[in-house]
Ligand binder design. Structure first.
Ligand SMILES: [Zn+2]
Length: 353
């Protein structure tokens, strides 16, 4: 029964979108905040997040409104401001995509968290020290991160048909590329989301059954879209504050693959030939503040109980020996010394048999 209800809601959302109720793909002018693109043109500009107790911020976006109608796709980079390859990839997409031949509309959020980018912070937004990707769908009267989330929900998530939230290892995280395929429980919808993850082309895909189902506290950007009936994936490609060509190119190819899947540009997506499905994952957090000494590389295979790293106190004495909770792959591992109680040190994923 529940499943049927969900399907109905998704079908209704599709009808509403098809009618262009959001000033969307069928309209002559597509607007994201004050950024307006006429059919067959592109426009770049800022969405304002007005000041409150903090100075507020603005979010740089590009709207590429194709000459031909079609789906509206959103690609969001820089939710964490020190994750660079997705940000650089969207610059290339902005140059590559020609609105005159595009069938549909592309929304590029170049740097979702500009305060974090400018101040080069890991995880946290300056001013309120919250993680933007834990406060969705946001709150218009909240702190800076909450208000940014609200603007992104209203101006981007609500106006798109599908969304990719593009991350990578933060400036402290050594990470192999992988995606999160968020499972909603609605099989038909989840099949569409699976196609989206495959179209992006990253080989390792987490089957993610652990996201909250509460739309008022969806926490994550991707999950917010899923709970609104819109296919969405979270991708990770890049690591340790680097801007390697390989990771930028993987992000560019991913965006183009998704555009092909939804018919915005000609061609077919190229899913990975041998996808690796991860059916269980655990993030292991630091039990105390201290100094982290990783003892496994990103992508390493670890056995159950194998030591993955040591947590020392500020004098170098071992506080904790962190072990793999089960056999699997080290999807990411913190690669720099600072460790704070409750913050991640590494993530292990189990490869589905
Ligand atoms: Zn991130």
């Amino acid at each position: 029964m529940k499943r049927r209800g969900r399907l109905k809601a998704a079908a209704l959302a599709a009808l509403v979108l098809g009618g262009g109720a959001f000033g969307g793909a069928e309209e002559e002018v597509f607007s994201v905040g004050p950024v307006r693109a006429a059919r067959g043109t592109s426009a770049s500009g800022f969405i304002d997040v007005p000041a409150k107790a903090d100075p507020g911020t603005r979010i740089p976006v590009t709207v590429i409104h194709g000459a031909k109608p079609g789906k509206v796709l959103a690609f969001v980079a820089g939710t964490h401001g020190a994750e660079y390859p997705p940000i650089l990839a969207l610059h290339r997409i902005r140059e590559m995509v020609d609105p005159k031949t595009l069938a549909g509309t592309v929304l590029l959020v170049h740097i979702a968290n500009l305060p974090s980018f400018v101040r080069r912070t890991v995880y946290w937004t300056p001013h309120d020290w919250k993680n933007l990707n834990r406060v969705f769908p946001g709150d218009a009267s909240g702190t800076l991160s909450q208000r940014m989330a609200r603007v992104l929900t209203d101006e981007v998530v609500k106006k798109c048909d599908a969304l990719v939230d593009m991350h990578c290892g933060d400036a402290n995280e050594a990470l192999i590329p992988y995606s999160y395929w968020i499972i909603s429980g609605d099989r038909a919808f989840d099949a569409r989301t699976k196609d989206l993850a495959l179209a992006f082309g990253i080989r390792h895909i987490i089957i993610d059954t652990e996201r909250t189902k509460d739309p008022k506290d969806s926490k994550y950007l991707g999950n917010t879209a899923v709970l609104m009936g819109k296919p969405a994936v979270t991708t990770e490609s890049g690591f340790l504050g680097r801007s390697d060509e390989e990771d930028i190119a993987r992000n560019v190819q991913g965006v183009l693959g998704v555009m092909k899947l939804y018919g915005l540009i000609p061609g077919r997506p190229e899913p990975p030939a041998d996808p690796v499905w991860i059916d269980r994952y655990v993030v292991v957090n630091a039990g105390a503040d201290g100094v982290w000494e990783p003892q496994a590389a990103m992508g390493a295979n670890v056995a159950e109980g194998q030591t993955v790293g040591l947590l020392r106190d500020y004098f170098g004495r071992v506080l904790e020996e962190l072990k793999a909770p089960f056999a699997g792959l080290v999807l990411y591992i913190v690669g720099t010394p600072p460790a704070n109680k409750g913050e991640p040190l590494f993530e292990v994923g189990r490869v589905k048999k």
